[in-house]
Design a protein around this ligand. Structure first.
Ligand code: SF4
Length: 633
């Protein structure tokens, strides 16, 4: 393995191929480039965002529609890798694209040809012999595209050292990938900073790899026993370097330029997954998002605020997306308070868990978080236990309500067809949906089995009898490759037909929910469906209804106080202790009356009122739950 001696400066190319979101630079490339540039100042690093010119060529709308669906995205480069399979891949593409208005009339063969032309020209424009090391970041939907570009780059620069890293291959699958694809020299298992820097240092100084750094898998070297080699903490990580992406964007014709979103990260891994102490796979049962991390690390609030300010000012942009699998719970309020204190009019997106405290959500809203994805996943506590979410239906309703109150858009999922779920889970979900209907609707997603997830690792517990690669991979790859590689999306034998039948009523109910919510927010109608106005010693509740006059209720005196006290879920005992002058019978009857009118939700002995303040909470700090509680007798 010898690096080319074409010039003195050793160069590394980092490549991200389609299909990440086109309007963001790659955080993987940005973080790696920044780290390598700091640690190895004599090494030149170029970050090549190939997905950006591909998106610009085929049109941003079409690119977006493709990148949202794995099988559509993977089909395009699969057909370029294996042109003889174009007819069957085209069939798969058309089946998956059916019903998608953005893809109606797309000629698959024509699309493949266009993508092929732009991809070839991208490869041709680069003098690959300048690079001693070429690294590919391989994450969701980037498998076939990366394999295509790896093949092309290998042809153009036979002597370059080609490395693959990312979340798609780790452990035994990493070893099988490097054995299967001769153009790849090594796979980095886990995060890339340390292994890549170690390889670049050796290649630049000695022209070859004399010893294999930890975390690196090669044909000759270790497999899964390569282990991980990651930064002990994230303080050593500089802010991501996105200059190459913005130089590419600036070089485009004016009509193709846009205001990009800046990705940032506050943590790596998942604190919820780390919490479990046993040897069993931990974290949410369906999740395989954390295979490339060992443990959990986070940056402190000052570091995050500093990076956000730096990136925003450098690129003159205010839209940012936190790329963390899930935002840290500890320290989140401080982090967003620091961001708010910057006095910049940010717009953030972030992913959070349902237990995120109201105070932290308030700080988020004040700092500019406009959209979140909450790990809701289910509205049945029984099923949430099976999913190992560590949350409950009432907790999920509470965060949906808090987002509504703060004007934060929640685009969160409801997972259907989870193996082993039963009619009681479905019945509980349907019952909770009656109450969730006043909040922003969830998005229904069918369960899919992820390689390395707890369900995959312990299939028997979930009634799964056989596992293997999903059959669509057999359409995209030759049969022998399909048999040898381990793909991220797996197939299983279990109760899938039963699950589809069981969850049909939920699917239909969510459809209705979406229709009603949409209609209630049409034509300039905005704001939450169920709200209250506080008159100090009375409360007016108002519920907007489709095709009917709003329903209005007045709660006076103690009723008002009890209702506000239940703004946060409370056990009956706590409510009774808070209002000792009200008899338990009266209290119980009042709360049950609220539940019967769907103005409050009850789970077990816990109650949660559902109405949100008429005006967004963030704008009216006086009207918060604490103030209301303080005034209670
Ligand atoms: S789904 Fe989210 S919270 Fe659950 S284990 Fe995965 S990253 Fe963690």
């Amino acid at each position: 393995m010898t690096a080319p001696d074409v010039e003195k400066l050793f160069r590394v190319a980092l490549v991200s191929t389609p299909w990440p979101l086109f309007n963001r630079p790659s955080i993987q490339l940005g973080a790696l480039k920044a780290y390598l540039s700091c640690e190895l100042p004599d090494v030149g690093v170029s970050a090549l965002h190939f997905y950006l010119p591909v998106a610009a060529q085929i049109g941003y709308g079409l690119y977006q529609a493709l990148c949202e669906r794995t099988w559509l995205a993977e089909s395009v480069y699969a057909a370029l890798l294996h042109p003889q399979r174009l007819p069957q891949i085209g069939l798969l593409f058309r089946r998956e694209a059916a019903g998608n208005a953005d893809l109606a009339g797309v000629d698959f063969a024509g699309l493949v040809a266009r993508v092929g032309r732009v991809s070839e020209s991208l490869v041709e424009k680069v003098d690959w012999r300048r690079f001693g090391l070429v690294g590919f970041s391989l994450s969701l939907c980037q498998l076939t595209a990366s394999l295509y570009f790896i093949r092309q780059v290998r042809r153009a620069a036979p002597e370059a050292f080609v490395v693959v890293g990312g979340s798609t291959f780790s452990g035994a699958p990493a070893r099988r990938l490097v054995e299967e694809v001769p153009e790849i020299d090594a796979v980095v298992q886990g995060e890339g900073e340390l292994p890549l820097a170690a390889m670049a240092a050796q290649l630049s100084r000695r022209g070859r790899l004399e010893s294999l750094p930890a975390g690196v898998v090669t044909r000759q070297g270790p497999g899964s026993e390569a282990g991980f080699s990651q930064l002990p903490d994230l303080r050593r990580l500089p802010a991501p370097d996105y200059d190459d992406y913005f130089a590419q964007l600036a070089g485009m014709p004016a009509q193709r330029r846009f205001f990009a979103t800046l990705p940032v990260e506050a943590s790596r891994g998942c604190w919820w997954r780390r919490k479990a102490r046993s040897n069993r796979p931990s974290g949410c049962a369906f999740c395989n998002l954390n295979l490339q991390w060992e443990g959990y690390r986070r940056k402190d609030a000052a570091q995050v605020a500093g990076e956000v300010a730096h990136l925003s000012r450098r690129h003159q942009l205010l839209s940012l997306a936190f790329m963390d699998n899930v935002l840290p719970m500890d320290g989140a309020a401080e982090m967003f308070e620091r961001l708010a204190a910057l006095g910049m009019d940010f717009k953030f997106f972030a992913e959070i868990r349902a237990g995120f405290p109201l105070e932290s959500l308030r700080a988020m809203a004040a700092a500019g978080v406009e959209e979140v994805q909450v790990g809701i996943e289910a509205l049945s506590t029984r099923l949430l236990r099976r999913l190992n979410k560590g949350t409950s239906a009432i907790e999920n309703l509470e965060i949906m309500k808090n987002c509504e109150a703060l004007g934060i858009r929640s685009r969160s999922n409801l997972i259907l067809h989870f193996p082993g779920s039963d009619d009681r889970d479905v019945a509980e979900t349907l019952a909770t949906l009656e109450y969730a209907a006043v909040f922003r609707p969830l998005r229904v997603v069918g369960f899919w089995l992820g390689l390395g997830s707890p369900v995959w690792a312990d299939p028997g517990t979930y009634g799964i009898t056989r596992l293997g690669n999903h059959r669509h991979w057999r359409t995209l790859f030759p049969e022998d490759v399909w048999r040898r590689l381990d793909f991220m999306i797996q197939a299983y034998r279990g109760d899938r037909v039963r699950q589809r039948r069981l969850w049909r009523p939920v699917r239909e109910k969510v459809r209705q929910w979406r229709r009603t919510y949409g209609a209630l927010h049409e034509g300039g109608q905005r704001g939450p469906i169920l709200t209250f106005r506080d008159g100090g010693d009375f409360l007016i509740l108002r519920q907007r209804r489709l095709g009917k006059k709003p329903m209005v209720h007045r709660l006076k005196g103690a009723s008002r106080q009890v209702y506000l006290f239940c703004g946060h879920r409370r056990p009956f005992e706590r409510i009774a202790a808070r209002f000792p002058r009200i008899s338990e019978k009266q209290l119980h009857d009042f709360l049950e009356g609220m539940v019967a009118m769907k103005l409050a939700f009850r789970e077990g002995d816990r109650y949660l009122s559902l109405a949100v303040p008429h005006r967004p909470v963030a704008a009216r700090s006086a009207l918060n739950e604490r103030a209301a509680c303080a005034k209670a007798p």
